[in-house]
Design a protein around this ligand. Structure first.
Ligand code: PEP
Ligand code: MN
Length: 337
């Protein structure tokens, strides 16, 4: 439930409400907006029976939050959140671009790509060190060696770096080298992994599962935040449908739907959504026009030589052209890039 305070409620009145909540063994979650303060409560609200909280000074009304996700719910926190990673602010006002190869293949490949995406204006280098491949015989990633190259690329370029983690062991290794953890589509409902990512406190990019509804995705985010880690960014990367012309179907409506249901930032990955290089640019523009807070795009020095996802990867030149073409779209949306 949420307790909505009157616009003129004093700090003392808010404190009194939070004290009542704590005295019942519950935890208050304060959201102080420009207009109004909201106090959210997660847990057994029957404990508040008889507390007369509804007639406490400064209380306007009490609203039940019927959704099973609470802390990521927009009702708990009406203002859009900004997630800071290094000097990058992911959220309103910006289009944050994360770019790089599907998989880290070698030191040279990564360093070369880092310099190119930095030059084109990306603020994150992406690259997989642990690859969740459909076939166990496909390239599985360089693991910790790859993470070391990521750290080196960060030091050389100043880019933030993000890597997917597929196990608790991978989280333990990754937190030593990267700025943000990625939980991939295939692990979106790996609840133990979500809890470990929550405990790490490191910012997390949570991709939507291949067949997950938006509510299932938000519940997955709730697993992370309920472990005390509010630094979550969501990523729409296409869902499974009957359409075979593209690898997945980009659910562009997820952007405004997330905006309505949650305060968390949401970015779009047009590379995995389409699986086709030529479709990346139009869908990147559509994502920005729909209000996405950023993009994740695969870039490779030689897409035809890539060990994974070559057909959807852009060359350096194509990526630079895409970035130049996107800036006016970001401007129209009141965002900088
Ligand atoms: C990736 O980003 O490399 C990846 C595997 O994406 P997804 O989890 O969206 O398939
Ligand atoms: Mn990929």
């Amino acid at each position: 439930m949420i307790i909505i305070m009157k616009p003129n409620a004093s700090d003392e009145a808010v404190q009194k409400v939070t004290r009542i909540i704590q005295s019942k063994g519950l935890q208050p979650h304060l959201s102080k907006g420009d207009q109004v303060t909201i106090v959210g409560v997660v847990g057994d609200k029957s404990k508040l029976h008889g507390s007369n909280i509804e007639i406490s000074e400064g209380v306007d009304k009490i609203v039940n939050v019927t959704e099973s996700y609470k802390l990521v719910n927009k009702k708990f926190h009406p203002e859009d959140s900004t997630i800071s990673v290094g000097s990058t602010a992911i959220g309103p006002g910006n289009v944050t671009v994360m770019a790089g190869p599907c998989a880290i293949e070698s030191r040279e490949q990564l360093m070369e790509t880092a310099a190119a995406v930095k030059k084109a204006g990306a603020s994150f280098l992406r690259g997989g060190a642990y690859k969740p491949r459909t076939s166990p015989y496909s390239f599985q990633g360089l693991e910790e060696e790859g993470l070391k190259y990521m750290k080196e690329a960060r030091e050389a370029t100043g880019l933030n770096v993000i890597c997917e983690v597929t196990s608790a062991h991978a989280i333990e290794a990754a937190v030593k080298y990267v700025d943000m953890l990625q939980i991939g589509a295939r692990n979106m409902q790996n609840f133990e992994l979500l809890k470990e990512a929550g405990k790490s406190g490191v910012p997390v990019l949570l991709k939507r599962g291949l067949s997950a509804t938006i509510d299932e995705w938000l519940n997955a985010a709730e697993y992370i935040i309920s472990e005390g880690n509010p630094n979550i960014v969501l990523c729409e990367r296409g869902i499974r449908t009957y359409e075979t012309s593209t690898r997945n179907t980009l659910d562009i409506s997820a952007v405004p739907v997330i905006r309505a249901k949650s305060h968390l930032p949401v970015i779009v990955d047009p590379s995995h959504a389409t699986g086709v290089r030529a479709y990346v640019e139009p869908l990147a523009k559509a994502a920005v026009a729909a209000g996405a807070d950023g993009l994740m795009i695969e870039v490779h020095p030689c897409p035809s030589c890539a060990l994974s996802d070559g057909p959807q990867s852009l060359t350096f030149e194509q990526f630079e052209t895409l970035m130049d073409g996107l800036r006016p779209f970001a401007g129209l949306m009141g965002r900088s890039m």
